[in-house]
Each structure stands twice: as structure tokens, then as C-alpha cells.
Write a protein of this length. Structure first.
Length: 510
């Protein structure tokens, strides 16, 4: 007799029942790392959740010469290896693989885009997708403009049904290139059909920032300069550049992480309540935050920023080489693997509250978190001795690896006399809902299919971020402030510690 698994009462409401229209998703770079590690496993999990529309197909497009069956075999291997849900349910996987097709495309050849168009028409007819198409650029950023231009030249950018293009960060390498990319994309697709993915926005805890603030009346009244002392954002990775030396040595931590992930977290932490959780309202408020950040110019850059580069050291018990010893990295490279900034949001809510951002490679562990540090009580009611073990109240929003929220506050120690000690209350996604948080790409791919751009980056937001970063980048490339070295396996250079110490503060240790 088969015993049915009892339903999880805590999981009620966790499934996304939004319905997407039939469509063909073209994945340019379908044989690459992003497709194999993230996109194909995300599609499998969407199929497992029954979130894919009935009329749906995936058309892989890349330089490799593969048959449909070879592409399906590759996809199966990647899904088995990288899916967050294990073991793989073959009853879900087999029908999904039947929806996968492949066409060899050289992005520089116009004729091959016409061949792509003929294949799309075949799939439209077979799958009844009514011409709906999503073009996902899982390719190097320098190919985005070329792909958009080729799609437009082949007439694949418009017509019956919806036509959307998805591009991954980075969106340009500076303000000028970002504007040029936007102009190229918008020649082929309207802005509301351009989906710029920053996968951080698909993470549950990032979205939970808005729920935490705006769905709970106890937090929003204290979310301002009257009670908050400072905000710390840490984006730390224990890994190095992972054979991406050719790219990373021209990018660095400031452009690779701070310009997108870091500033995204600032906007969600600092934004005003949107009128509704919809694309226009949410993205309008994020842009307002970016435009309210005090620009760093001249000497401010030297006083409020730190750039560092890791040397050799030990990370998680393994010895690792210094950045300059990595493959495809110049032996005298001045590229930073660590960046720290002190920013101020000049508006009524946040006047005088510093936002500290730090991002780095080869740090002691992988962690991304936002720490809201509150001011100390104005009067020590219980005396200094009783309060000596009490830290200021703090809210920590943990984004990865374990998604959750913690609240630090003071409580009386259960012993004779009066002694107060800091304690922590924790919310963890897994333990509260008894399910693993979905991968960011699952949410973002479904949003794109539905046509909801709320969690995607708008053109004016991209430009506002680059306006803040460009002056810092230009100053750093002139050698100011000097590049500070830090051993791998540490939390960055001493200069980053001094950045906060000068303000009478210190970094929180995750």
C-alpha cells in the first residue's frame, strides 16, 4: 500500500501560479557555462513546478555543430549535475528534453540568422506559439549589440506576437558604452521588451527586503536616519577569478560587482515605499535613490574609497596563489579584487547615514548580506556595567549562501543581578517554509515569459549607476588611492578597516 506524503502546511502559497503565453525561447550561447549551470536547470525546475506554458520550446543557438539529440543529451547531463532539486524526476525531464532543439549559428553571419528564422517558423507552426519569441543572450557582453543588429537585419525582432531580448550584466563598461548598448538594443526592441538581468534581484531574500520593510508596520517607522546609525553591505567570495583573467583584468571588483549588485542592494534598502509592487513604481523609486547618492569626486574618492588586490594565502584550508599569478593576468596588474566605498544618500530619510559597501575575491567565506546598524540607546538605564556585553541593535538580511533575516537585541541574562547581553532572533527560509528557496533564474525566466520587468534593470537605472561609478573608476586608474594588498583568506586590506575606524565604526564580521 502506497503511503502518500503529507502536505507541507508551511508551503501553502509558495507556488507561482502565473500563466505564461506559449513562446519559443532562443538561447544564444546554449552550449556555454551560463546555459548549462543556470538556464537549463532553471527550466527543468519550472517544468517540475508546472510553470512552463503548454506551447513552449527552447531553441539552442551557438557555434558548436550539434544535432537536436546531441543538444538534448548535453542538457540532460547539465540538469543532472546542476539542478537544485535532486534526484532528477525523469517523468519531468523527458518531456522537457523533447521541447529542446538546436541550430548552429555564427553570430557574424547574416545568412545564419535567416536560417534561425526558418527554424523559428517551423517551431511556431509545430508548437502553436503564435510568433512569441524570447531571445536570451547567454553570451559574452560584447556580442549583445551584434546579436540585436543581426536579429533586426533578419526581421526577427518584430512581427506577430511578442519579441523580447534578455541580456546579462555587465550592461556596458562605463556610461558611454552603456548608452551605446541601450541605443542599439532600442533600435531593435522597445525598452519594455529589453530585459536586463541582474540575478541578485531574483534571489528570495533580495525580494524579501521589500516585503520585510513594506509589509510589516513595526519596521518601516524606524527605517530612517532618526534611529539607524549606518548600513553595511558585504559581497564576499572565497573563490578567485576562476580562469576569467582575460575578462577580470579589464573589469575589476568595482565594475564587476559594485556597479550592479552593490548598488542594487543600496537601492532596495534605501528606496521609498512604491505605490504598488509593479515595474514602473518599483523601478522609479530605485532610480530616485541612485540620483540621491552624493557623487564622489576629487579628494572625496581618496577619502571614501579603498581598492585592494589579494596576494597568496589560505582560503578554507587550501593554499591559493595571488591575483597576479593567475592565468591571463598581467604580472604588474593594478586591477582591484577588492573594493570598499562609503556613500551617502542625500534625502530626508537617510541624511547623514553612511552606506558602506565592500566586495572582494578570495575572502574567508562566501557571504552576501546587508546589515542595518541602529544607534545606541540615548540613555543607559541599566548602567555601563550591566550593558557592557550589549552591541547596538541590528538587522541582518542574509542573501547568500543561507537566505534569511536576523534581529539582534539586548536581553537580560537569567542569573542573579542585572546583566544584559546581545541575543539574536533568526528567520531562515528553509526552516520556516520547509522548502529550499528557488534559484534566482527560475523567478527571472518566468517573469520574462510573462512580461513582468519589475525585477529587471531599466535603462535610466543603468545610466544612473554608471554616473556614480565612472568618476571613481577614472580616479582609480590614475593610481589614486594607491592599490592596497591583502592576503587571500582575510577580509580585505587594513585601509578598509581604517575607512570605518575613522568614523568610529567597524565592519561586522559575518
Amino acid at each position: 500500500m502506497k503511503v502518500e506524503e503529507a502536505p507541507n502546511p508551511l508551503a501553502e502559497g509558495l507556488h507561482d501560479y502565473r500563466v505564461a503565453d506559449p513562446a519559443v525561447m532562443v538561447i544564444f550561447g546554449a552550449t556555454g557555462d551560463l546555459s548549462g549551470r543556470k538556464l537549463l536547470p532553471a527550466l527543468y525546475n519550472l517544468a517540475r513546478q508546472r510553470s512552463l506554458p503548454a506551447g513552449f520550446a527552447v531553441l539552442g543557438a551557438a557555434m558548436s555543430d550539434l544535432t537536436d539529440d546531441a543538444f538534448r543529451k548535453m542538457a540532460s547531463e547539465k540538469i543532472h549535475q546542476f539542478s537544485r532539486t535532486q534526484p532528477i524526476d525523469e517523468r519531468v525531464l523527458a518531456p522537457l528534453l523533447d521541447l529542446l532543439f538546436y541550430v548552429k549559428v555564427d553570430f557574424s553571419q547574416q545568412d545564419e540568422f535567416r536560417k534561425l528564422g526558418r527554424k523559428l517558423q517551423e517551431l511556431d507552426d509545430a508548437r502553436h506559439t503564435t510568433g512569441n519569441r524570447i531571445f536570451y543572450c547567454a553570451t559574452p557582453p560584447q556580442t549583445y549589440s551584434l546579436i540585436a543588429q543581426q536579429l533586426m537585419a533578419a526581421g526577427l525582432h518584430a512581427g506577430k506576437g511578442f519579441h523580447r531580448i534578455v541580456v546579462e550584466k555587465p550592461f556596458g563598461t562605463d556610461l558611454q558604452s552603456a548608452r551605446e548598448l541601450t541605443q542599439t538594443l532600442q533600435k531593435a526592441f522597445p525598452e519594455d521588451a529589453v530585459f536586463r538581468i541582474d540575478h541578485y534581484l531574483g534571489k528570495e531574500t533580495v525580494q524579501n527586503i521589500l516585503a520585510f520593510r513594506f509589509a510589516n508596520s513595526i519596521f518601516e517607522p524606524v527605517w530612517n536616519a532618526n534611529l539607524i546609525d549606518s548600513v553595511q553591505i558585504t559581497i564576499a567570495e572565497e573563490i578567485g577569478i576562476e580562469n576569467r583573467g582575460r575578462y577580470y583584468d579589464t573589469a575589476g571588483a568595482l565594475r564587476d560587482i559594485v556597479q550592479n549588485h552593490g548598488l542594487q542592494l543600496v537601492t532596495l534598502t534605501a528606496m521609498e515605499p512604491p505605490l504598488a509592487f509593479e515595474a514602473g513604481a518599483v523601478r522609479d523609486e530605485k532610480v530616485k535613490v541612485l540620483r540621491s547618492i552624493r557623487p564622489l569626486i576629487g579628494e572625496d574618492i581618496e577619502q571614501s574609497t579603498v581598492r585592494g588586490q589579494h596576494t597568496s594565502g589560505w582560503v578554507l584550508g587550501q593554499q591559493v596563489v595571488g591575483y597576479r599569478e593567475e592565468k591571463d593576468v598581467a604580472p604588474d596588474s593594478q586591477t582591484e579584487t577588492f573594493a570598499a566605498l562609503r556613500l551617502f544618500v542625500d534625502n530626508w530619510r537617510w541624511a547623514g547615514v553612511p552606506f558602506y559597501i565592500r566586495a572582494g575575491k578570495r575572502m574567508p567565506k562566501r557571504v552576501t548580506e546587508i546589515r542595518i546598524q541602529f544607534k545606541r540607546p540615548p540613555h543607559l538605564t541599566f548602567g555601563r556595567e550591566a550593558m557592557k556585553e550589549v552591541d547596538p541593535n541590528a538587522i541582518t538580511l542574509r542573501i547568500q549562501p543561507e537566505e534569511g533575516i536576523s534581529l539582534k537585541f539586548g536581553a537580560k541574562v537569567p542569573s542573579a543581578g542585572l546583566r544584559i547581553r546581545s541575543v539574536t532572533m533568526d528567520f531562515q527560509y528553509v526552516t520556516s517554509f520547509l522548502v529550499e528557496a528557488p534559484e534566482a533564474y527560475e523567478r527571472l525566466l518566468l517573469d520574462c515569459m510573462i512580461g513582468d520587468p519589475t525585477l529587471f534593470t531599466r535603462a535610466d537605472e543603468v545610466e544612473a549607476a554608471w554616473m556614480l561609478i565612472d568618476p571613481i573608476e577614472n580616479k582609480w586608474r590614475s593610481g589614486r588611492p594607491p592599490l592596497a594588498m591583502y592576503p587571500a583568506g582575510t577580509w580585505g586590506p587594513d585601509e578598509a578597516t581604517q575607512l570605518l575606524k575613522a568614523d568610529g565604526r567597524e565592519w561586522h564580521r559575518p
